[in-house]
Design a protein around this ligand. Structure first.
Ligand code: SF4
Length: 334
């Protein structure tokens, strides 16, 4: 998978269930336009609307379907007419689309028998009750084909922290895709160095794993031999762990230790006080980070890359943070 950012358009591509983007493709001809999709996500990314049921030729409008059977191999049967079974066309279209999908993330419609990524209502048998235990047929195909692609259902986007985490994960996936599209020993070393502290804020273990892979390649291992491991290690850190205050405070402490020789005693004490407050005070965390960035800019350190993304977020990250913050404030004020 290589996303469009890697090809130079400047914006990562994100697929979205078409009804969430405002296309009237639901079974009854309506849409489910979501404000976060048309708002911050639409401004940050190139959106690629996808409707599996319309794509599979089921038509608009069409009879609604639901999942029936085992959660890992359900069938999509008509709600009113059990003789209607659209499983095969839906599955074939989903597998083919997942195989050629070229995006850095996907927003999926919750609870849909096609798009729902988890907890989709399913019946064990045609007459059994509904249980929230299924995965939509398209979402399952996506997960099989792209296990490390950031995916989110639209209901989670109402939470600003989840929206921010998804946006960050998409941008990270796009940066990784740029590396995977043109891998080299030098590019991998630069990627690992640039993400060292950014990834450590999520998972120090994954950051060490990525650094070790870069060192192995620098020592002569072919870069192509480590790319799958690199993808898994990096995206595991990105998708599974979010920065939390305690982990970030420890990370700031490690950076302070590196910066110490360059700091006058007074500045060092002030910075230590900020780091000690960082676990409980977001303002102290931000201030400590800014002061450390200024220190390393003036006094470079071999373990801190000059384009380290934790200390100096790039333009896309800064724009994303600004838009998500504005979005959250707007919703809080509404
Ligand atoms: S199949 Fe997916 S995109 Fe199409 S209407 Fe249903 S939920 Fe929306």
């Amino acid at each position: 998978m290589t996303c469009e950012l890697a090809k130079g358009t400047g914006r990562a591509r994100v697929a979205v269930s078409a009804c969430l983007a405002g296309e009237p493709v639901r079974y009854d001809g309506t849409d489910r336009a979501h404000p976060a999709v048309r708002g911050p996500l639409g401004r940050l990314f190139e959106l690629v609307p996808v409707c599996p049921e319309a794509g599979a030729g089921l038509g608009v409008p069409r009879p609604p379907v639901e999942l029936v059977g085992r959660p890992h191999a359900p069938r999509a049967l008509g709600v009113a007419d059990r003789a209607l079974d659209v499983t095969e066309p839906l599955r074939a279209w989903s597998e083919a689309t997942a195989a050629r999908l070229d995006v850095a993330g996907h927003v999926l419609k919750a609870r849909s028998p096609s798009c729902g990524p988890a907890r989709v209502p399913i019946r064990r048998s045609p007459r059994a009750g509904l249980r929230p235990a299924g995965t939509g047929i398209y979402a399952a195909a996506l997960r099989r084909r792209h296990p490390w692609m950031p995916m989110v259902e639209e209901t989670a986007l109402d939470d600003a922290a989840t929206l921010a985490a998804f946006v960050e994960a998409v941008l990270a996936r796009a940066r990784l895709d740029a590396l995977l599209a043109a891998p080299s020993s030098a590019a991998l070393a630069a990627f690992a160095a640039r993400h060292r502290w950014w990834l450590a804020a999520r998972s120090p273990a994954r950051a060490r794993e990525v650094a070790a892979l870069a060192e192995r390649v620098a020592a002569g291992r072919p870069v192509g031999a480590v790319l799958r491991q690199l993808e898994a290690a990096f995206m595991r850190g990105v998708l599974v762990r979010r920065p939390d205050a305690a982990r970030e405070a420890r990370l700031l402490g490690r950076l302070l230790a590196l910066a110490k020789p360059a700091l006058a005693p007074q500045r060092r004490h002030a910075l230590r006080a900020l780091v000690e407050a960082a676990a409980r005070d977001p303002a102290a965390r931000a201030e400590a980070r800014a002061r450390l960035a200024a220190c390393f800019a003036a006094h470079p350190h071999p373990r801190v890359a000059p384009d380290d993304l934790y200390l100096w977020p790039d333009a896309a990250m800064a724009e994303a943070a600004r838009l998500v913050d504005a979005w959250a404030r707007g919703r809080a004020a509404a």
